[in-house]
Each structure stands twice: as C-alpha cells, then as structure tokens.
Design a protein around this ligand. Structure first.
Ligand code: FES
Ligand code: FES
Length: 160
C-alpha cells in the first residue's frame, strides 16, 4: 500500500492504494465519486474523463499513485456554463457519457485557448469539424453528437 494525498474537487483526500489501482477506481470505489464512468476501462470511450490540474485525462489509464499531490476535478466538482448548455441543446440522452463529455470539453476549450493544435484539423477557429476532432476521444452511444457540438459552440461564443 502507498499513501497518497490528492486535492479532489477542492478537498484534500488521503488514500492508501495498491500501486496497480487506477485513478478511476480510486475516485469511484474509494471516494464514492461515481460521476466518472467505467465504460471500457481501456482508454477507448472517454467516459472516465476527469481534469488533472486542469488537463483532461482518461482516469482509467492513470494509476492513482501517479497523481499523488495533484489536483483532480470530477464532474461532481464542476460548475461550468457547459452544463446548462448541454441541457439547452439536448447534448445527451441517457447521460452516461455526459460527465466525461463535459470534463473533456472544459479541457478541450482550455487547450484551444492555449493555442494547442488538434491532431488532424488545420483550420483556425472553433468550427464544427474542429470540435468533432478535438472531442473524438469521447464516444456517445446515444449519438447525441450534434447537441454536444452545439452546446460547446454556444459556450465558446460561436454560432451553432
Ligand atoms: S473508461 Fe476510460 S476511456 Fe473508457
Ligand atoms: S448520452 Fe447516452 S451515451 Fe451519450
């Protein structure tokens, strides 16, 4: 067991974890934060996305011990205009992917503002295609992609 301390949603938490415990399992099973979902547990769906010091990560691919001393934000700790925008634009149906979508979108907008290029698109400006590329790590089995893009464009101050 290794003792780690993380600031999670504003509260300092001390945990004893085995070195193989994922950050996702630590959040869900040790701290009771079930907003981040275990969709695939292998980095393919994005349902487990949380923010680590403001950067989006797949919590299922992260070991909890790697995040000793870091600041983690899950959907439970988020208060962002994107949440209201997802409701307004029908950016979800069952809601399973939504915590990860919103955490990812917050991180994505910060990356965009910081001038980080996307992997494929070259266009300047936060277009529909640019958002779809930058959010391509977050799958939605309900197919609510149009509403998700519209919500992000709305919050980013662009025309949906
Ligand atoms: S549960 Fe982490 S990417 Fe699917
Ligand atoms: S809203 Fe159901 S998986 Fe996205």
């Amino acid at each position: 067991m290794t003792e780690i301390r993380m600031k999670v949603n504003g509260s300092v938490e001390s945990l004893d974890v085995e070195p193989w415990v994922s950050l996702l399992d630590a959040l869900r099973e040790r701290l009771g934060l079930t907003g981040p979902k275990k969709g695939c547990d292998q980095g393919a769906c994005g349902a487990c996305t949380v923010l680590a010091d403001g950067m989006r990560i797949n919590a299922c691919l992260a070991l909890a011990v790697q995040y000793d001393g870091r600041e983690i934000t899950t959907i439970e700790g988020v208060a962002h205009p994107l949440q209201e925008a997802f409701v307004r634009h029908d950016g979800f149906q069952c809601g399973y992917c939504t915590p990860g979508q919103i955490c990812s979108a917050i991180g994505m907008l910060a990356e965009y503002e910081a001038g980080m290029p996307s992997a494929v698109t070259k266009a300047r400006g936060l277009s529909d295609a640019e958002i779809r590329e930058r959010m391509s790590g977050n799958l939605c089995r309900c197919g609510a992609y149009n509403g998700i893009v519209d919500a992000i464009l709305d919050v980013a101050g662009k025309d949906a």
